[in-house]
Structure formats: C-alpha cells, structure tokens
Design a protein around this ligand. Structure first.
Ligand SMILES: Nc1nc2c(ncn2[C@@H]2O[C@H](COP(=O)(O)OP(=O)(O)OP(=O)(O)O)[C@@H](O)[C@H]2O)c(=O)[nH]1
Length: 345
C-alpha cells in the first residue's frame, strides 16, 4: 500500500443546487497553480452542461451524467478512479464535483471501502459550498443540504453579496449548529485562496464515525424506507449509511438543433422563473441564438437569472441549445410548449 503522502489527494466538492460549486471549481482551475488536476463531474439531468462550462485546457474532465454519484453512478466513480490510478504520476490531485443533490457520505465512503481506490488515493477534504441566500430555506426542506453541511471539512459560505449582515450571521449560526468543526470562509463568487480548499489534509475520519458509525461498513443490504416527505433513506450498497434523497426532485432537459429567437426566449425564461421560481430550484443552459456567432450561457437559481455571451462557437461545434430545469412539481408540458415557441422555424 502506498504511504499516505504518496497517495493522490482527492477533494470532494459538494453543496446544494446553484450554491457555487462550478464557480469554485473554475476559480481553482484558472489560478496559476502549476498543477495538473483531474476533474470528475457529476450532474443531475441527462444533458451535461457543467462539464462544458469548466475552464482549463490542461485539465481532464470526466463526466458522470444521468444519475447521482452517491447511488446509481457510484460504480462509474470507482471505474474512473481505477482508470486514473493506472495513470498515477500524471495528476497531482483529483477534484470530484458532485450534483447539488448528492449526499457526500457515500461519495466519501468510496475512498475508504473500495480497496483499489483506497490503496492509491486519500480523501483530502470535503468542501461544501453554501448559498447564503437560500441555505436556511433548504435546511428546512432538503435533508441533502443538511448532510452536505454536516459532512464538510471546509465550508465556503458564498453569495454574501445577496444577504444583509444580520441574515449572514443567522445562516452562519445555523451552519455552526450543524457543524461547529469545519473551517468556514465567507465569500462572494467563491473567492478563496487555493490553499484554503486544496491540500488541507482535513478529512477527519473519527468525527465522521461519530456522525455515521457505519461509515466503514460496505454492506450490500437494501431497503427503502419512505417517510411522509417522500424522502427515502436507503443503504443500497452504502453499508449501513443512512442516505437521503428527495424523490420529488425532477430534472427536465430540452434541446434544439434549430436556433432560438432571443427576443422570445429571454422574456419567456424571465416570466417562467418569476412565476414558477419556487418550484424551479435551478435552471441552466447553453444557447444558440439566431444570427449569433457566440454561445450564450444562462444560469438561474430560483427566480434569479444571469446570462451572458460566453465565447464564439468553434468551427465544427454543433450549434445546439441545451437547457435543464431542476425542481419539484415542474410544469413540464408548459415548459416544453414555451420552449418550442422560442425555436426559430
Ligand atoms: N450573486 C452571486 N451569484 C453567484 C455567486 N457565486 C455564484 N453565483 C452565481 O450562482 C449561479 C450558480 O453558480 P454555480 O457555480 O453554477 O453553482 P453550482 O453549485 O455549480 O450549481 P449546480 O450546477 O446546480 O450544482 C451562477 O449564476 C453563478 O454566477 C455569488 O457570490 N454571488
């Protein structure tokens, strides 16, 4: 077995939908760090968007779409890790960005219970990005959000620009109530130093065993236990770990190979999130507009939208628009019909 110091450090980047994980990842990758990172990205929704928004020509990005890393695609994580281990020496570190709906416990567990993985890699830290504006609400209705905070070694309390000082103090107190141990950084646009989040050597197995006594059990029992919130906890190959998922959460993916009319799309999107923003927790898309040589990228968190031209479409790149909506009780047909109306005929 490799000495701890020779094992490749792995940082697991977690945090609820829209908190700022990709923003943090891009910040890390665009720093002048002189290191080579392998990045593993997992998205909720069958169309990969984040992997297309990650900056950095030097990095290798591995996608795991259409499933949550903590359950259905966990085998993919092990396979990708095994592949990376065979190319040891080519990477200085590995960063895993989970979906906003992932429970970090089973992801972290992979680095302890999978023999091949744990021979060559060590979990350096679980870094959780928290959304100062929305976290308090999500702690009420999303058990995943609470687990992400509980499991964190480092917390990046982001979007401080969107809240007042008393609101920030309140959300920080809530975080501290769940996890008094993690190092906490308050940020705008995830501005933290690289050394604040990478190479921390911060993952504390003893603390995790206090929260999750079965953390190191790799059982294969399987039971589903529904409660009245329709969250289920199961231990689907995660040993005895309690594992929560919000079964009401859906993702709706839309594509068009024909360009979109910007004078129709933008007003439609604004209207949609203004009226349905409680149900639509997250929206994002890469758009091809009529007569526009640039890709347009939009990002939405509830009713807040941001969008901009990102870069020119490359030669030979398929000019396809891809949009994903994630939420509960999504008005699917109305969204599909509205999107269709924005396609240039
Ligand atoms: N106002 C404000 N917006 C921010 C901040 N940080 C990130 N954002 C915006 O929040 C949106 C979501 O950011 P992402 O980095 O994509 O979030 P994510 O956690 O990767 O989201 P998922 O893909 O849903 O998992 C984007 O529009 C960002 O530009 C911040 O500090 N302040």
């Amino acid at each position: 077995m490799a000495e701890a110091s020779q094992k490749i450090p792995v940082t697991v980047l977690t945090g609820y939908l829209g908190a700022g994980k990709t923003t943090l990842l891009n910040r890390i990758l665009s720093e002048n760090h002189g290191k080579k990172y392998a990045v593993i990205v997992n998205e909720f929704g069958e169309i990969g968007i984040d992997n297309d928004l990650i900056i950095g020509a030097d990095e290798e990005v591995f996608e795991m779409n259409n499933g949550c890393v903590c359950c259905t695609v966990r085998g993919d994580l092990v396979r990708i890790m095994d592949g990376l281990m065979k190319r040891k020496g080519k990477f200085d570190a590995i960063i895993v960005e989970t979906t906003g709906l992932a429970d970090p416990a089973p992801v972290a567990q992979t680095f302890f219970v999978d023999e091949d993985v744990q021979k060559n890699a060590r979990l350096d830290a679980v870094v959780t990005v928290a959304d100062a504006k929305w976290l308090s609400d999500r702690l009420k209705d999303a058990p995943e959000a609470k687990n992400q905070i509980a499991f964190a070694d480092v917390i990046v309390l982001n979007k401080t620009d969107l809240v007042s000082k008393p609101e920030l103090a309140e959300v920080e107190a809530r975080i501290r109530g769940i996890n008094p141990y993690a190092k906490l950084h308050r940020t705008e646009r995830c501005q933290v130093g690289l050394t604040d989040v990478l190479e921390r050597g911060a993952f504390d197995l003893d603390r995790i065993l206090e929260i999750e006594p079965d953390f190191l059990e790799a059982g294969d029992d399987h039971d589903h236990d529904h409660d009245h919130h329709h969250h289920h906890d199961h231990d689907n190959g995660h040993g005895g770990l309690k594992h929560y998922h919000d079964e009401d959460m859906q993702s709706l993916s839309l594509r068009s190979e024909k360009p979109l009319d910007p004078t129709k799309f933008m007003p439609w999107l604004q209207q949609l999130v203004a009226t349905e923003g409680q149900k639509i927790l997250r929206s994002k898309g890469i758009l091809a507009f009529t007569g526009d040589d640039d890709r347009y990228v939009f990002q939405g968190v509830h009713m807040m939208l941001e969008g901009d031209h990102q870069r020119k479409w490359k030669d030979g790149e398929k000019r396809e628009s891809r949009v994903v909506f994630i939420g509960r009780e999504l008005p699917e047909q109305a969204i599909r019909d509205g999107f269709e109306q924005c396609i240039t005929t």
